[in-house]
Design a protein around this ligand. Structure first.
Ligand SMILES: NC(=O)c1ccc[n+]([C@@H]2O[C@H](COP(=O)([O-])OP(=O)(O)OC[C@H]3O[C@@H](n4cnc5c(N)ncnc54)[C@H](O)[C@@H]3O)[C@@H](O)[C@H]2O)c1
Ligand SMILES: [Zn+2]
Ligand SMILES: [Zn+2]
Length: 349
């Protein structure tokens, strides 16, 4: 079958890959309906997450129709329209039972790489390098989904494919930030970045009765034209491999946060950063947290709110295209061309 693949740094391909098969009793095979490009994919494309191999299938934000079920699957049936959380989590380990799903001890079959990087491994993610499990991604006609009784959710009738798609990754990531940062009624919340994730974090904060939500963004093309000295410093250090990530927004959040407040990073960082304002964190008594999304915990609520029109996401799917347009979709999303918020592939077209 044809799929959108990683070929090398800043190189996206469309090529033939093997069709997936059921490997474990708890797997399903999903016929992919829609599969989106996420901001996290840009870290892969840029080569900042190692352990990608040429030919790896990309994509982790997706929905579709169940095509085949393993003998151990009890909650799903062939023909069901479903959305799948982007993280793979077992549902049985201590972390899953605490509802800290992305921290799953078993969802990543290659734990050694992230253990060496972070001290402990976390769960796996589709199409997101061999460090996070080496699972084939969703930019393909079919994908194998492990732990289907945990990570697959039936889409309510009346919720469109284009809306349900974002219950996979962008919306539950926003929910994770707002909930784990413990937004309370009357709080003032600032969100850096108005992409799919930032918009959903803002929406979650509003639903949690924040008094005011401020969303901050700078478009990348403007950033490239008039970069501030701090941005240039991080870009140069990252490109020389002296630091692995660019923390400008996190620094700003730490300086802007009120004394005693909470800074939560949903933006993906892989390694180390420089010039981190620990003094501000300590003296202002800030709480600093972060997480990959715990979508299993929030997706049922999100789908319910989607069916009541309290969460609308279809506007994020600005550019829907066939898999053959993989390289174009990635380019448009990366450069935010033509107002692209999300490039979305429809393998059936
Ligand atoms: N934690 C998770 O589970 C999880 C899941 C999905 C995505 N993510 C991460 O969330 C982040 C956002 O994802 P997205 O899909 O919305 O990406 P996106 O690329 O669509 O949007 C990011 C936005 O941030 C803006 N931005 C960049 N630097 C900024 C700065 N210094 N100040 C203010 N705005 C700035 C950009 O202009 C852009 O509009 C990415 O880092 C992605 O890796 C995390
Ligand atoms: Zn993502
Ligand atoms: Zn687990």
């Amino acid at each position: 079958m044809k799929a959108v693949t990683w070929r090398g740094v800043n190189e996206i391909g469309v090529e033939d890959v093997p069709e997936p098969a059921i490997l474990n009793d708890h797997d399903i095979i999903l016929a992919v309906g829609l599969s989106a490009v996420c901001g996290s994919d840009l870290h892969l494309i840029g080569g900042y997450i190692p352990t990608m191999r040429a030919g790896d299938v990309l994509g982790h934000e997706f929905m579709g129709t169940v095509a085949e079920v393993g003998p151990g699957v009890t909650k799903h049936h062939v023909g069901e329209r479903v959305v799948v959380v982007s993280f793979t989590s077992c549902g049985r380990c201590w972390y899953c039972r605490q509802e800290l799903w992305s921290l799953c001890d078993n969802g990543n079959p290659n734990p050694g790489i992230t253990e060496a990087l972070w001290g402990q491994s976390i769960g796996g993610c589709y199409g997101y390098s061999h460090a996070l499990g080496g699972y084939a991604g969703s930019h393909a006609p079919y994908i194998r989904v492990p732990y289907a009784d945990q990570g697959v959710f039936a889409i309510p009738d009346g919720v469109s494919d284009e809306r349900a798609l974002f219950a996979s990754d962008a919306a539950p990531t926003g929910w994770t930030g707002a909930h784990q940062a413990e937004v309370r009624s009357g709080d003032v919340v600032a969100v850096w970045g108005a992409g799919g994730v930032g918009q959903m974090a803002a929406r979650a904060a509003i639903l949690m009765e924040a008094a005011q939500v401020v969303v901050i963004d700078r478009y990348e093309n403007r950033l490239d034209q008039t970069p501030g000295p701090q941005y240039l410093y991080d870009q140069v250090k990252q490109q020389m491999r002296l630091q692995t990530d660019r923390p400008a927004a996190v620094r700003e959040a730490i300086y802007a946060c009120r004394k005693g407040g909470t800074v939560f990073t949903l933006g993906v960082f892989a390694g180390v950063v420089d010039k981190f304002p620990l003094g501000a964190v300590m003296n202002k008594a800030l709480t600093l947290r972060g997480a990959q999304q715990h979508g299993h915990r929030y997706i049922p609520e999100i789908l319910d709110r989607m069916s009541r029109d309290e969460v609308k996401t279809e506007h994020l799917a600005t550019h829907v295209m066939p898999l053959d347009d993989g390289p174009k979709g990635y380019r448009m999303f990366k450069n935010k061309e033509d107002g692209c918020v999300r490039a979305v592939f429809r393998p059936g077209s």
